[in-house]
Ligand binder design. Structure first.
Ligand code: ZN
Length: 278
């Protein structure tokens, strides 16, 4: 499924000495059955009202209704914990083994699937956080606490209530305030402390080839990472079933290319090609 231009970009990158960076989004986890939670699957009912993901996943909502926000996140955590890495995740892990120190993965996915034994990534930057962790909502420290196993092993539905005892497990061990999920909310900004803003921009600067897979590019950091790579003479390939903001940006550029295709198939084809060449 790789076209001539993709192979040309890959070969040039392999011949060079700069980073080969993958930037992945929700599309790479779709084959594991994880919905984006930005669309219909993310809608949540509070009382008789429907709340959109864009209103549920906010600091503003958490401040007025922490219980409902936690209930929504615990439901999502339960779906992610039950999911299994797909062949695309596994291909990424093999690509890292082939490329070694020249590989970096920047992921928008919060589902934890890059941490399973069969799909483990070492040089990984999560720019939207990690659902396996929580942190103090009052920011008494920047410590991350693992979501208690109790919740990760639980199968929760949209109707599962949050009991008083469960709520006690979500309290900051340091100051006794509520914790919050360790994810970037819609009304918050990227930063280095939690989301590796400066580090990933630096990685983009050292990237000879960035391969963007399965993201619509709707958030601002992925777009900046692409721009930064291009500005330092790096090349960018955008892989997606449909054109998007990133492929639009790449259109007509000598250093840009759009490859139409699905995440899992594309990642497997890339792994195979790198295996033949590397
Ligand atoms: Zn605290």
């Amino acid at each position: 499924m790789l076209d001539g231009r993709t192979k040309e970009f890959l070969q040039e990158a392999l011949d060079g000495d700069r980073l080969i960076t993958f930037l992945v989004g929700a599309g790479t986890s779709a084959d594991s059955g994880i919905p984006t939670f930005r669309g219909k699957e993310g809608f949540w009912t509070i009382g008789s009202k429907n709340a959109t993901p864009q209103s549920m996943g906010t600091k503003k909502m958490f401040d007025v209704n922490a219980d409902e926000v936690w209930r929504w996140f615990l439901y999502r955590i339960s779906i992610c914990e039950q999911a299994k890495p797909n062949l695309g995740h596994i291909a990424l892990s093999s690509i890292e083994k082939r490329l070694g120190a020249r590989f970096a993965l920047i992921s928008q996915n919060v589902d934890g699937l890059h941490f399973r034994p069969e799909s483990l990534i070492n040089n990984l930057y999560l720019i939207h956080g990690d659902l396996r962790y929580m942190r103090c909502a009052d920011e008494c420290s920047k410590a991350l606490y693992a979501i208690p196993l109790f919740f990760r092993e639980q199968i929760r539905s949209r109707e599962t209530p949050l009991t008083f005892d469960e709520k006690q497990k979500l309290i900051c061990p340091k100051c006794g305030e509520m914790t919050r999920p360790h994810v970037l909310w819609f009304d918050e900004y990227y930063n280095e402390k939690y989301y590796h803003l400066d580090t990933t921009l630096r990685i983009a600067k050292s990237t000879g080839l960035m391969i963007v897979v399965g993201t619509s590019g709707a958030t601002n950091l992925p777009q900046r990472l692409v721009e930064r790579t291009l500005s330092r003479n790096g090349k960018v390939i955008d892989v997606n079933p449909e054109t998007n903001i990133i492929s639009d940006k790449l259109r007509g550029l000598v250093h840009g290319h759009y490859l139409q295709g699905k995440s899992t198939e594309a990642l497997q084809a890339l792994e195979e090609y790198l295996g033949e060449r590397g």
